[in-house]
Design a protein around this ligand. Structure first.
Ligand code: NAP
Length: 302
């Protein structure tokens, strides 16, 4: 296998960290990036004797993105990059009736606009080497689940952007690859559950349902695999001569997606509603509470 130069975003934890170390140990030149300078410095010590290099990069900060691209250009002596792995991202749980605009925008800032800003900044470094972009999406980028709509929708966006960009880059001999992990054991789930706490205040519309989230997390955890599984998939996507357009992993998630593709939407809704312990159709008409009292608009007399 020829060694590649590879940049990874969000490499200070979870899938990104495991992938950065895995690729470095496999002999690749890895630019492992993260937004937290202390975590980035710590990461630098983790693979001695390899070609692991670190760099700060906050995907939501345009100046940081531009600086990282310039820095890679400098460090490679203008030779550029073979692979960009857009991995940085997080998941926000919450009922869509309650997720605020700021929270929704926050999700998009990192998972969608951040990913695109990094991609745009690095395309000129990738093009001369006929490089490729690997976008870490999710099984949740193919199927939306209740209370994960904010997050899922960002991954749906990543899927759409990647499918379009892949064709746009064909003339350059470049590729765009989607990696779609199922449940992976990282900090991700804990973040999910922590986030949900805000919607469990007494009297909150979905408090009772969300109180079960920790049980749901535990059953998810049983299905989870370690981040090494995704690190290996990313390595394959990075080094294959002709990569697939998408890689779903682990295998159990591939099977789940196949099954869900054959399941009519209403049946899928039923399964997800039951799994979340939501009441049946019309069984809780006051779920959202009383309508807010708004001042009567003064209608000028005709
Ligand atoms: N775990 C799963 O079950 C799962 C399933 C499907 C897809 N995914 C996707 O896999 C990717 C990695 O998730 P993970 O499970 O490894 O989560 P994680 O353990 O929480 O790690 C997320 C990484 O992204 C970084 N990050 C967040 N915001 C950033 C920003 N603005 N700029 C730069 N880095 C940022 C985090 O840095 P900080 O430490 O500074 O926060 C951290 O290094 C995400 O895109 C996620 O959606 C995960």
């Amino acid at each position: 296998v020829t060694t590649k130069s590879i940049l990874i975003t969000g490499a200070t934890a979870g899938i990104g960290r495991t992938t950065a170390l895995h690729l470095a140990r496999a002999g690749h030149r890895v630019f492992a990036t993260g937004r937290n300078p202390a975590a980035v410095a710590e990461l630098a010590t983790q693979a001695p004797g390899t070609k692991l290099e670190v760099m700060t990069l906050d995907v939501t900060d345009p100046a940081s993105v531009a600086e990282a691209a310039a820095e890679v250009h400098r460090r490679t002596g203008g030779a550029g990059l073979d692979v960009l792995v857009n991995n940085a991202g997080y998941g926000k749980v919450g009922p869509l009736a309650e997720v605020s605009d700021a929270e929704l925008r926050g999700q998009y800032e990192t998972n969608v606009f951040g990913l695109m800003a990094v991609t745009r900044a690095f395309l000129p470094l990738l093009a001369p080497r006929k490089g490729r972009v690997i976008n870490v999406s999710s099984v949740g980028g193919k199927v939306a689940m209740p209370f994960m709509g904010a997050y899922n929708s960002t991954k749906f966006a990543v899927e759409g952007l990647s499918d379009a960009l892949r064709v746009e880059l064909i003339p350059l001999g470049m590729d765009v690859v989607l990696v779609e992990p199922g449940p992976i054991r990282t900090r991700f789930e804990a973040t999910f559950v922590e986030e949900a706490a805000a919607y469990q205040r007494p009297g909150a519309p979905y408090a009772k349902v969300l109180a079960r989230l920790d049980d749901i997390r535990k059953s998810f955890d049983k299905l989870s695999v370690g981040p090494e599984v995704i690190a290996q998939v990313i390595e394959r996507a990075a080094t294959a001569r002709r990569p697939k357009a998408r890689y779903v992993a682990p295998l159990s998630s591939r099977l789940t997606l196949w099954m869900l593709a054959l399941t009519p939407t209403r049946l899928r809704d039923f399964i997800f509603r039951k799994a979340m312990g939501l009441p049946g159709r019309g069984q809780n008409p006051t779920l959202l509470g009383p309508a807010p009292t708004t001042p009567q608009p003064s209608v000028p007399a005709a």
